[in-house]
Design a protein around this ligand. Structure first.
Ligand code: G3P
Length: 219
């Protein structure tokens, strides 16, 4: 993944699932192409095939399970995610937390099939522990700020600084409440290598304009 980066988690917002997932992903691709910025999207497993086939930016699964071919009804098989063309996967999002053993096994499976990993952490200390499991990036997101209007960059700068100092340079994204280029700029100034956000883009009436503004914060 080229850093710094902006990764937008589509979650399962109505505006970011089904046909809308593809049109929204295409807007991300357009902004990435126009600006040269590193932009990724994390889409629902249900939309992964369609989005991977039709856009040329890094596409992430929102989750994988540490399973192999065989039994495992309903699980998300890492090989299938890779074969669909996904670049990587999120893991352990605040809305889909997994225990340490499952996380370690999931990271191992991701490495085996060649998926880039972004693991979410609620706190700097959790991030430090997760760093020991060897993910590619750690995204620190205080759960109480997720989906709100106050950005972690502005409300909790120490969380960003502490995570960077515990996890190392080139390892940390920040998320929760990120809405605009200023939030991105502050995050980078605090040592982060990018942002992970959702509602600021997915719920916007003009995602193109929001993305252009966010990208402005990268420089
Ligand atoms: O995965 C990103 C996320 O949890 C942050 O959500 O809506 O606060 O940008 P949001």
């Amino acid at each position: 993944m080229n850093l710094p980066t902006i990764i937008v988690n589509f979650k399962i917002y109505e505006q970011a699932t089904g046909d809308s997932a593809l049109s929204l992903a295409k807007i991300h691709e357009k902004v990435a192409k126009e600006t040269g910025a590193s932009i990724g999207v994390a889409v629902s497993a249900m939309d992964l095939a369609k989005v991977c086939e039709n856009v040329d930016i890094p596409v992430f699964a929102q989750h994988i399970d540490p399973v192999k071919y065989g039994s495992g009804t309903g699980k998300i098989l890492p090989e299938q995610v890779k074969d669909l063309g996904a670049y990587g996967t999120l893991l352990n999002h605040a809305e889909f937390q997994i225990g340490d053993d499952v996380l370690k096994a999931s990271l191992e499976r991701a490495r085996e099939v060649g998926l880039y990993t972004v693991v979410c952490a609620n706190t700097p200390e959790a991030g430090a522990k997760i760093a020991g499991f060897g993910p590619d990036l750690i995204a620190v997101e205080p759960p109480e700020l997720i989906g709100g209007d106050v950005s972690v960059s502005k409300a909790e700068p120490k969380i960003v600084e502490d995570t960077v100092s515990l996890c190392g340079d080139d390892k940390v994204l920040v998320g929760a409440g990120v809405k605009n280029g200023e939030d991105v700029k502050i995050a980078l100034a605090l040592g982060a290598k990018g942002v992970l956000l959702a509602s600021g883009v997915t719920k916007s009436d003009d995602p193109y304009a929001v993305l252009m503004d966010l990208v402005g914060g990268l420089s």
